[in-house]
Write a protein that binds this ligand. Structure first.
Ligand SMILES: O=C(O)c1ccccc1NCC(=O)[C@H](O)[C@H](O)COP(=O)(O)O
Length: 266
């Protein structure tokens, strides 16, 4: 984690202030609910420190397949060194799709906001010194800030900073371990009027049901959709659809299987 943060500290920001006309995330989540889709924010994540490989596919093709699979919004990694992302990939994806697009990166200061337009930006509570300042700076530019927390202390900080969209990350960024019980322990303390997102480690229909039962308004899913470990061409639309259609299907005993398990058993 330290090398990711070191890279983020050294990365320059933009020199010109960005001004965005954003697509609303809450409205996109409502549209998904209205037509019976689980609201999923599908993540274009070429690789990561915990991924088994790298997906070289064009980010635009991936994002379009995700929308085809029913994704309510798209998240695009723009961190270059550990996640294989670029701001240009996000710019191209946002031009190609009509759903809200989240910039997923390790943004530490105001100038980092001025790199590329997006509908939402991720602000990670534990890494930002002036959380309220960065949340306000994001809003002044038109971005919807998604403030990420991992425990109740960070949740309090996010609420004090004025967060209206909060993500609870099931991945402990200190140890990189994932535990879905994290969301279950933090969610009951999140006020009703906050848009609440469960992040990381959601890979099976059973995980989707579990996070929704715990109060998630939306789910942020990367690895299970990108399926980095699979050898062949991955069907990103099918991987997305498998999660977005969960609430249209009756619960079954095999729902705990991840995408990879299922394709091995097919
Ligand atoms: O995903 C990682 O390996 C990772 C490592 C270090 C810091 C952050 C990391 N992930 C960031 C994320 O929050 C996830 O990309 C996102 O929540 C999706 O998670 P998943 O569905 O488990 O890929």
């Amino acid at each position: 984690m330290e090398s990711i943060l070191e890279g983020a500290r050294e990365r320059p920001g933009g020199d010109e202030r960005i001004d965005v006309d954003p697509r609303s995330l809450p409205a996109a989540l409502e549209r998904a609910e209205a037509d019976g889709r689980v609201p999923v924010i599908a993540e274009v994540k070429p690789t990561s420190p915990t991924a088994e490989g790298t997906r070289e596919a064009d980010p635009v093709d991936l994002a379009e397949a995700m929308v085809d699979g029913g994704a309510a919004a798209i998240s695009v990694l723009t961190e270059p060194s550990h996640f294989g992302g670029t701001p240009d990939a996000l710019r191209r994806v946002r031009e190609a799709v009509d759903v809200p697009v989240l910039r997923k990166d390790f943004l530490l200061r105001e100038a980092h906001l001025d790199v590329v337009e997006a509908d939402l930006v991720l602000v990670i509570a534990r890494f930002v010194d002036d959380l309220e300042g960065l949340v306000s700076a994001a809003r002044e530019r038109g971005f919807q800030p998604l403030v990420e927390v991992h425990d109740r202390g960070e949740l309090e900080a996010a609420l004090e900073a004025g967060a209206e969209i909060i993500g609870v990350n099931n991945r402990d960024l200190a140890r990189l371990e994932v535990d879905l019980a994290t969301f279950e322990s933090v969610a009951p303390h999140v006020p009703e009027d906050v848009t609440l997102i469960a992040e990381s480690g959601i890979s099976s229909p059973a995980d989707v049901r579990r996070m929704r039962a715990a109060g998630a308004d939306a789910l942020l899913v990367g690895s299970a959709i990108m399926d980095h470990g699979a050898d062949d061409e991955v069907d990103v639309a099918a991987n997305t659809r498998r999660l977005t259609t969960v609430e249209r299907r009756p619960e079954t005993e095999t729902e705990t299987q991840t995408t990879h398990d299922e394709s091995e058993n097919a």
